[in-house]
Design a protein around this ligand. Structure first.
Ligand code: SAH
Ligand code: SF4
Ligand code: F3S
Length: 449
């Protein structure tokens, strides 16, 4: 129901899936407060940027956006309209008051642990015209108070089960922006999972910055790990697929590996960032594992689930990285064989130990190493997708495609699949005969039942 004084908002999300989850919850809170979403930023009464601090480029993009939004705010003011500008997410948490100093048009800076207070803080800043900076870490209050959406935007729904990270990799801002590890209880997660299913979800993607370090309160107050959480959630009626991300190699315990063998809803795809294939670099990064341990872990995972496909994250040009270190990373990639992967040039982040390292790598060398690494990963992805050609795979359809009658879904291995079909496939799992396999996506036809 629309209220007479409906205000509009524009929300832009940067960064990881946890920001997407948070944005969905903010959207729900704003809707309950009478706000309506708009795609037209220049007509919005409220603009929220949910930001990412992981690399310099991501963080700087926020300031260039804010410059343009300030101009719009000035233009609207000349027409007698007010605009509230809010910066949320990891830049908000990391930079706090610095944001309003650098861009005074920003009214509200709100860290990820305070989103349940968003409507109240917007109201306060509109009334007082004061800058508000809210970056406390009050623990689990946010989750208790934010509501799941009444209709999911995709049948593949995110569910944050864990937040924060205690690993302190020397390149990474997450332990500072998201704080210490915190796991939600089984009871609250079961409730939210049921709500998501009722809202149309078929797949749950369990999220955490370090999701397999999950240790939440389970039955009788005892602590449970991610494997038990997955088993409990798999028992809920209507959950067809389960995934989890992002994991740390050190936290892949035997129970979680076993879950890959014995929980049918757990998809045979794992994102397991390794960052480098050089032990020297892994030690400098404080990754707490060696190359051999990673390869051994992959071996145990593949014994438990022979058709498991893997994805990873890589950083090239970490301070002190030699040609040999870069070569060692390529060898690791050849040894594992990845279905897909993300790779980045090292970006120096203020406040992290690696940023003060003297041996920073020149930009041209980083670019050249990244190119070689990505060429190899692209070949592996193409090869992996080519194997799907001529097979029949179960696809969960997530949305309509750009062409009329086209639907887009994903295989158990997260491959994108395009299919033309009659009726509405969104939210359904159907077998697809793959008739074309390209590097980044597949297409096919619905197989006869
Ligand atoms: N919690 C996850 C991912 C965190 S950030 C994990 O532990 O893997 C996602 C990815 O961004 C990381 O895996 C890493 O590859 C990359 N990343 C993080 N900090 C970076 C930096 N300073 N420069 C370049 N890439 C970075
Ligand atoms: Fe960052 Fe992941 Fe390392 Fe945590 S484990 S510090 S989130 S890269
Ligand atoms: Fe970025 Fe924060 Fe996620 S820094 S990657 S939005 S945890």
């Amino acid at each position: 129901m629309q209220r007479p004084n409906t205000k509009s908002y524009y929300l832009k999300t940067f960064g990881c899936q946890m920001n997407v989850y948070d944005s969905e919850r903010m959207t729900e809170a704003l809707a309950r407060d009478g706000y309506v979403a708009t795609d037209d930023i220049s007509s919005a009464d409220l603009v929220i940027l949910n930001t990412c601090h992981i690399r310099e480029k991501a963080a700087e993009k926020v300031y260039s956006d804010l410059g343009r939004i300030r101009d719009m705010k000035d233009a609207r003011k000349r027409d007698g309209k007010e605009t509230v500008i809010a910066v949320a997410g990891c830049v908000a948490q990391a930079e706090g008051r610095e944001i309003t100093t650098r861009q005074p048009a920003v009214d509200l800076v709100i860290g990820p642990q305070s989103y349940h207070r968003l409507p109240e803080l917007i109201e306060r800043t509109s009334n007082t015209r004061e800058h508000i900076v809210e970056t406390e870490f009050p623990g689990d209050e946010k989750f208790e108070q934010m509501k799941a959406p009444r209709r999911v935007s995709s049948p593949s729904a995110f569910l944050t089960v864990q937040e924060g990270c205690d690993k302190f990799c020397t390149f990474c801002v997450v332990p500072y922006t998201r704080g210490a590890e915190f796991s939600r209880s089984l009871a609250t997660l079961e409730t939210e999972a049921r709500e998501l299913i009722a809202a149309g979800a078929k797949e749950l993607v369990l999220l955490g910055q370090n999701v397999n370090a999950y240790h939440g309160e389970g039955p009788g107050g005892r602590s449970i790990g991610l494997a038990e959480l997955i088993r409990r959630l798999a028992d809920i009626e209507g959950i067809e697929r389960i995934r989890y991300t992002t994991s740390h190699p050190r936290d892949m315990d035997a129970d979680l590996i076993a879950a890959h063998a014995d929980v049918p809803q757990l998809m045979p795809f794992l994102h397991l960032p390794v960052q480098s294939g050089s032990d020297r670099m892994l030690a400098a990064m404080n990754r707490k594992h060696r190359t051999e341990e990673y390869l051994d872990l992959i071996g145990r995972l593949r014994s438990a689930r022979p058709d498991l496909a893997l994805s990873s994250d890589f950083i090239v040009g970490f301070p002190g990285e030699t040609d040999q270190d870069a070569e060692d990373t390529l060898s690791l990639i050849r040894a594992v064989g990845f279905a897909q992967a993300f790779s980045f040039k090292y970006s120096s982040r203020p406040g992290t130990p690696a940023s003060t390292h003297e041996d920073q790598i020149p930009e041209e060398i980083k670019s050249e190493r990244l190119q070689r690494l990505q060429a190899l990963l692209d070949d592996q992805q193409a090869e992996f997708n080519a194997q799907a050609f001529g097979t029949t795979v179960p696809v969960l359809f997530e949305r309509r495609g750009r062409q009329p009658g086209e639907f887009v879904g994903r295989t158990p291995y997260l491959q994108l699949v395009h299919v033309a079909a009659e009726g509405d496939l969104v939210g359904r799992i159907a077998d697809v005969a793959v008739t074309d396999a390209r590097r980044v996506s597949l297409s096919g036809v619905i197989a006869a039942a």
